[in-house]
Design a protein around this ligand. Structure first.
Ligand SMILES: C[S@@+](CC[C@H](N)C(=O)[O-])C[C@H]1O[C@@H](n2cnc3c(N)ncnc32)[C@H](O)[C@@H]1O
Length: 338
């Protein structure tokens, strides 16, 4: 008899309409679930997460929460009554929707926290099943193909509308002269550059570069775009006055080699301007980043959530001229000189 194919629910606009409003309502409880003392016990929370995932079967989320569950002392073969009812609640929520009732034996605060984390898990599962690689060859977040390049562009434009464009203006807006942007992607920084800067962009992804080229044409901006690896730049020594990279050092294979190449092509007196996500200052958030880093790296094609950007820059022999940490250290802007 043939095995039944595994059906995994995916992120769709209908699912977003169903799950995002309750998640937004539960946001304060989500924060307290992770950060405030007296929160729902982590093992109970993880049991609910695994309950949701057992229905949705997102392999990346399952890997993360198996690990976190073990870390929290959860034993799936020997659930306590509280963990078992949280697990069953997670399954009900994944099957019936956000109105499923959390275990009534819990305090009101814990019920709300559990609902918040289970709803977040549902959305993470749906996203995971849509974007992350599974055993069946589904696409990853690497932007080597046209569809994932469009997803990257959509995500970056949404983040820019939510306020990221201000950081781009501080980083790219102060570039001078001949500028090289490493990992230019779909060209999200193009509108931030000064009008008199001469922009060259490189990226390993040809589909991302064709979106960047279309963006440049719409803006009536001349930009030279080349498919190249940041760790092996096709330019002579001392070719550029400014090197820019935003959200790139987290995902290049060879961070040291990339920074060394940046130094090689930088003219004396030039600057390297970086905007990267990094490990948060808050220990609880940094802990979440560290624990999810291995699974995220596997799922995203190598993006490091817990990257210490300043240490890499110093390690490459560069001098940090200015460093600015935003959003509790999750965003870091660095100006460096050779
Ligand atoms: C998260 S995206 C950021 C894109 C863009 N810099 C932005 O801020 O919107 C990372 C980009 O780095 C590119 N990339 C990854 N490894 C690279 C490498 N070794 N050399 C050049 N580009 C690379 C990816 O193709 C992708 O476009």
């Amino acid at each position: 008899m043939e095995a039944e194919p595994i059906v995994r629910p995916k992120l769709t606009s209908r699912a977003l309409r169903r799950w995002v409003p309750p998640l937004a309502r539960h946001l304060p409880h989500l924060v307290s679930a992770y950060l405030v003392p007296g929160r729902v016990p982590p093992a109970v929370r993880e049991a609910a997460m695994l309950g949701v995932t057992s229905i949705n079967r997102c392999e990346a989320c399952q890997a993360v929460h198996d690990r976190w569950g073990r870390h929290a002392g959860l034993r799936v073969d020997e659930l306590s009554p509280a963990e078992a009812s949280a697990h069953a609640y997670g399954q009900r929520l994944a099957m019936a929707g956000p109105d499923a009732m959390p275990p009534s034996a819990m305090s009101r605060r814990h019920r709300r926290e559990l609902a918040a984390t289970a709803i977040l898990m549902e959305l993470a599962n749906l996203s995971g099943n849509r974007f992350l690689p599974g055993g069946d060859g589904r696409p990853s977040l690497q932007v080597g193909d046209a569809r994932t390049a469009r997803i990257l562009d959509f995500g970056m434009q949404a983040a820019d509308r939510a306020g990221l464009h201000r950081a781009r203006s501080r980083v790219a807006g102060r570039a001078r002269g001949d500028v090289l942007e490493l990992g230019v992607g779909t060209g999200s920084n193009l509108r931030a550059y000064p009008a008199d800067a001469a922009i060259h962009g490189i990226d390993v992804s040809a589909p991302a570069l064709s979106i960047a080229a279309a963006r440049a044409r719409r803006m009536d901006r001349r930009v030279a775009l080349t498919v190249a690896d940041a760790a092996a730049l096709p330019f002579p020594d001392a070719s550029f006055d400014t090197i820019v990279a935003t959200f790139v050092l987290c995902s290049v294979g060879d961070v040291g080699g990339t920074l060394r190449e940046a130094c090689r092509v930088l003219r004396p007196g030039g600057t390297i301007r970086l905007l990267e996500h990094a490990e948060a200052d808050h220990p609880a958030i940094a802990d979440i980043q560290r624990r999810s880093a291995p699974a995220w790296a596997r799922a995203s094609g190598g993006c490091r959530l817990d990257h210490d950007v300043a240490a890499s820059v110093r390690g490459a022999g560069l001098t940090i001229v200015a460093e600015r940490r935003r959003l509790g250290g999750i965003l870091v802007e660095i100006v460096a000189a050779a």
